[in-house]
Each structure stands twice: as C-alpha cells, then as structure tokens.
Design a protein around this ligand. Structure first.
Ligand code: PLP
Length: 283
C-alpha cells in the first residue's frame, strides 16, 4: 500500500480523504508540481520549488509549509515507498469551505504529495521517438501558472491518442505553443535549437530551464522564438521536454515524418546530456 502525505500526515493512499468542499475539486482552485526521481533522488528540485512558489504567489495561494519542509517530505515519501525512479506529484489547493466563488481569507490550504513509479531513463520511446498531433490551444491566458485546471490538455491528449499519437502539440495563430504536458522544440538544419520564449502563453518548463543552461555549456545555441507547424515538419529534428519524459525525440507530426522519422544526433546528444545532469545533480 502506497504511502502519501496529506495535510501534515504520512498515511496509506486509501486512508487519505479530502472534503467534498475542497476548492481544488469544486473550482480547480489549485496548483501542482511534478518532479522526477532518479536513483531515489529529486531532479532539479530547486527549479520546481521556485516555480511552485511563483504559481502560489500569482494566485494568492498560501504555502502552509516552507519549500525546504516540502523537500523533506518528498524524501520521506521516496524512502517510505522505496522509490528508485519515478515522479513526485504535489498539489496545493486553496482549501475547503461552503461553495462560493469568493474565497475566505482564513482558509487552511490543502497540500497533498504522492509518488508514482515510472521508468524515466531507459525508455524505449527515446530510441524510436514519439508521434505528436497538432490541435488548437484552447487554454486560458495565464498558462505560465501551473494550475490544476487541465481540461483542455485532458481532451487534447485523448484526441492525440485516438490518432495513435503520444502527445498533443497545441497551436495558436499558426504557431506551436507547447505540448499538452511538455515544452516543444525544433532543431534547424544549421543546428540551432528553437523553442518559444517564456511568456504567459506557455508554462516555463523546469526541464527547459536546466537544458538551456546545459546546451549553452556544450556550445549549442537556443533561439527563443515561436515556430509554425510547417517549420517543424521541415526541421532537421524535433523534440519535447518535461519532468516525466526528460528529453524525448519527436519523429512524426500529424502522421508525417520529421527528420527522416528517426531521432537525430542533436536530440540524442541533448538527452544524454540531460540524463547525465539528472543523475549527477539529483539531491
Ligand atoms: N508545458 C506544460 C503545459 C506542462 O504541463 C509541462 C509539464 O507538465 C511542461 C510544459 C514541462 O514542464 P517541466 O519541464 O517543468 O516538467
């Protein structure tokens, strides 16, 4: 039985109970984070904690404990569940009260943490690449906040899967914003990495932030700009990043091959660089 952490207590998952009045449930009034675990340690945790604090601040949510205490609980869960490789999921909601759009100021926030085992490093898809489907980005205008309001992404992933695709690339004004749960990139024929600059249109990826730094150290150039679906189809390579996929080649878009339909040299190198970083810097 998996151990989770809810509002101050470690307990078996099936004993963790929440109020039907929780605003996370009634209004999606909450935020989340997903952090990778390799070798029983947290990957890029400082980046995830910084983004958590930012999301909370933007919505006026109160973090009931410090990010240092959160990291201690995450380590506690990793140990109690014997997790070697996988994810830690964190959700913070504004708390529970009688249903009302307006929220009370004295609410006790709900904080939930749980672990999920998942193979991250030795995944078959990294060798073949994944297929993506493009569709309209139907989300709100503050996508920089990691809100639990994920219905557009839930539907996008369903539609992608219906066409045999592993991820959805969402588009706006003819340009790719990002994946349903990942950051989107292409590599140009002269070897430059292209990914949209951080703005309110996309979630600032923690994996992106770490990878940009690592790529720079390896002499690779990142061009921060939008790209169209046509440009992606004509690109040398394409890929996504996220805490749950690390760096993952994209080898087909809307059923058409990208980069010859096989993972190319740049994305293969970037994945190696990131996995190496994850292993060495996990804490
Ligand atoms: N963009 C969206 C919409 C996401 O949901 C995610 C992660 O779930 C990402 C990008 C990638 O962010 P990170 O690298 O921090 O996991």
């Amino acid at each position: 039985n998996r151990i989770v952490w809810l509002n101050g207590n470690y307990l078996p998952a099936d004993e963790a109970k929440l109020s039907i009045f929780d605003r996370g449930f009634l209004f999606a009034d909450g935020i989340y984070e997903v952090t990778a675990v390799v070798d029983g340690k947290l990957v890029d945790s400082a980046l995830h904690m910084a983004r958590l604090e930012r999301s909370a601040r933007e919505l006026g949510l109160r973090l009931p404990i410090t990010t240092k205490a959160i990291e201690e609980i995450e380590h506690g869960l990793i140990e109690r569940n014997g997790l070697q490789e996988g994810l830690v999921y964190l959700q913070l909601t504004r708390g529970a009260e009688e249903r009302n759009f307006l929220f009370g100021e004295e609410l006790e926030p709900t904080l939930l943490l749980l672990t999920q085992p998942k193979v991250l490093v030795d995944v078959a898809a990294a060798k073949t690449g994944i297929a993506v489907k493009t569709l309209a980005d139907l989300r709100w205008a503050r996508r920089d906040i990691k809100s639990v309001s994920l219905l557009p992404q839930v539907l996008a992933k369903r539609d992608a899967k219906a066409e045999g695709c592993d991820e959805a690339w969402m588009t706006e004004d003819g340009h790719v914003t990002e994946g349903a749960s990942s950051t989107a990139y292409i590599i140009t024929h002269d070897g430059k990495i292209v990914s949209p600059a951080n703005s309110q249109r996309t979630l600032p990826g923690c994996t992106r932030q770490a990878l940009v730094q690592l790529a720079g150290e390896s002499g690779l150039i990142l061009e921060q700009r939008r790209f169209t679906v046509e440009e992606a189809l004509a690109a040398a390579e394409a890929f996504i990043t996220s805490a749950s996929t690390f760096v993952m080649p994209v080898t087909s878009i809307d059923g058409k091959p990208v980069g010859g339909g096989k993972p190319g040299p740049v994305v293969t190198r970037l994945r190696e660089i990131y996995v190496d970083h994850a292993r060495k810097s996990a804490s």
